[in-house]
Design a binder for this molecule. Structure first.
Ligand code: MF3
Ligand code: CO
Length: 249
């Protein structure tokens, strides 16, 4: 799928999809507590999506078996909700994608389960900060590489590493459109950003090395060294000023 420039009407439709994503994430964050199974987050998502008349973008995507991704501790992304019980001190990344009236929204947050360690708290804060550094760098007429460089710089200045094998992406009628958005690289790289581009920026940040591997379930991405990982994502629209975040309540 090539780069698609959206009209004001199309961005308005994406705002609606994005708002649903944000509301679902807010609900799911409220469900997280020690003792629940990750499946309960998936069930809560199904209930929320039904309320809004929206569909999960993830279910059956390349055979993906759930409505959301729940990635715990050393799991980076694409964790499958199931029987795993969340324990006090865990961190869980929740990734939600919805389709509503033909348009997609995609966002992720990482939350602590009960009391978490200062290191885990700092990883979460740095990852969210990196997302906002990337969004602040997304400006019309500048190159996409500005986003990548801003994220990498922010993360590495804080002593963590950015995952390199997975990227953000363009988004619109399809969940994944061009361009890919690496979370590392040089500011002079990539295509020039144009007004009407809609992008999912999603830093995945590891406390240890950036390398990852995929578990035998063929989905769950984990850090190669077993270190903690966090993930934040927003869908944004490039405008003539500051990028607009579409995945807000
Ligand atoms: N938000 C992720 C992405 O942008 C999740 C998609 S994985 C899926 O790629 F297979 F579950 F859909
Ligand atoms: Co995404």
């Amino acid at each position: 799928m090539g780069v698609v420039i959206k009209s004001a009407e199309e961005i308005a439709a994406m705002r609606e999809a994005g708002r649903i994503v944000a509301m679902v994430l807010q609900t799911l964050a409220g469900v997280v507590r020690p003792g629940i199974k990750t499946r309960e987050l998936d069930v809560a998502c199904v209930r929320e999506l039904a309320k809004h008349g929206a569909e999960s973008s993830f279910l059956h995507y390349h055979g993906y078996p759930a409505h959301i991704c729940t990635s715990v501790n050393d799991e980076v992304v694409h964790g499958i909700p199931g029987d795993r019980v969340l324990r006090e001190g865990d961190i869980v990344s929740i990734d939600v994608g919805v389709k509503f009236k033909g348009f997609q929204g995609d966002a992720a947050i990482t939350v602590g389960v009960g009391q978490i360690s200062p290191e885990a708290r700092r990883l979460i804060e740095v990852t969210e900060g990196a997302l906002h550094a990337g969004i602040a760098a997304a400006k019309q007429d500048l190159r996409l590489g500005e986003i990548s460089a801003a994220v990498q710089q922010y993360v590495e200045a804080n002593g963590f590493s950015v995952v390199r094998e997975y990227t953000g992406h363009g988004i619109g009628r399809e969940m994944h459109e061009d361009p890919q958005i690496p979370n590392f690289g040089d500011r002079s790289e990539g295509p020039v950003l144009r007004r009407g581009m809609t992008l999912a920026i999603e830093p995945m940040v590891n406390a240890g090395v950036w390398k990852t591997r995929v578990r035998d379930d063929q989905w769950t991405v984990v850090t190669a060294d077993g270190s903690l990982s966090a993930h934040f994502e927003h869908t944004i629209a490039v405008t003539n000023g500051r990028a607009e975040i579409l995945t807000l309540v």
